[in-house]
Design a protein around this ligand. Structure first.
Ligand SMILES: [Zn+2]
Length: 291
């Protein structure tokens, strides 16, 4: 899903945010994809999106953009550092819109990822990339292609997380390439596979984590957790994280409401579990500490 009509992808994730004065007692935060480049923000320049993060207690974001210049620009900005927002940079597989549908059959994508990883990000938050993605597969069979296999093995070798927008079948196929890779399942299955299937995959792959934006069936009446999801989150308190998935500018307009919605159901959970999902799980795997 997620691409932007503009030159930049603008897919922004928010990573881990932090505990804050959530009305319900839950922590704030979320993790996920995000941020593009300075030029892609259109009506939402960096000063605007950083202000939205700040007022929602978001202290860290997973950022990825098409092309990767946007992520590098955001990480380098002094403004980002001043806002107290930690950028966790991910390597996007797409240089342009065409790559979105073709990356899995294009060997040059693998070359590009290696070069980008070798380069890292500079400036205010200089350092290595922490992950690959978000990438998309709409035909899970493509998870068996050579590019997907090499990328999974590259991620495993370099301890990069992989953020994948795929179905449950592709989770099995991707993990078969690199059983020790840290795979983050974007939306924990945007097609809405049954909770029992998610449970089975989490049991099978201890390294698998779930990001919860756009997850069908997660919340029920009043924005509260549906009962089977509450049970699942309590069964795997260390495996989930929240995300904003600001893949188009409209999501920035909705950002306050998104975070408020997360606080509603986080507030239903025991505080230690809420803090883990809101901040600790993502912060832990990316080595982010609160500022
Ligand atoms: Zn997605």
């Amino acid at each position: 899903m997620h691409y932007n009509r503009e030159a930049w992808d603008c897919e922004r994730s928010a990573g881990p945010p932090q505990a804050s004065s959530a009305p319900s007692g839950g922590s704030a935060l979320h993790a996920v994809k995000s941020v593009g480049a300075v030029s892609c923000f259109g009506p939402n320049p960096p000063s605007d999106v950083l202000a939205r993060m700040q007022r929602n207690g978001v202290k860290a974001v997973v950022a990825n953009s098409r092309p990767n210049d946007g992520t590098r620009a955001l990480a380098a900005l002094e403004l980002t550092r001043q806002a107290g927002v930690t950028v966790v940079p991910f390597i996007r597989l797409y240089r342009n819109r065409a790559d979105y549908d073709n990356w899995f059959r294009d060997e040059t994508i693998y070359d590009m990822v290696q070069a980008e990883f070798a380069r890292g990000v500079t400036g205010s938050q200089a350092g290595p990339y922490k992950g690959i993605g978000e990438f998309h597969l709409y035909d899970s069979a493509n998870a068996n292609g050579p590019v997907a296999r090499k990328l999974m093995q590259f991620a495993q070798k370099n301890k990069l997380a992989v953020l994948a927008h795929v179905d449950d079948t592709a989770i099995d196929l991707l993990m078969a390439h690199a059983p020790d890779a840290r795979l983050i399942w974007a939306h924990t299955g945007i097609g809405g596979p049954p909770v029992s299937r998610v449970d089975a995959l989490f049991a099978k792959y201890p390294q698998l984590m779930g990001e919860l934006s756009y997850r069908p069936g997660l919340t029920c009446e009043g924005g509260k957790l549906c009962s089977e999801w509450r049970t699942l989150l309590l069964k795997y308190p260390q495996r989930f994280m929240i995300g904003s998935d600001t893949w188009v500018n409209q999501r920035w307009v909705q950002y306050d409401e998104l975070m408020k919605g997360y606080r509603v159901w986080l507030g239903e959970l025991p505080p230690d579990v809420a803090r883990r999902i809101a901040w600790g799980n993502a912060a832990g795997i990316f080595g982010v500490t609160e500022q």
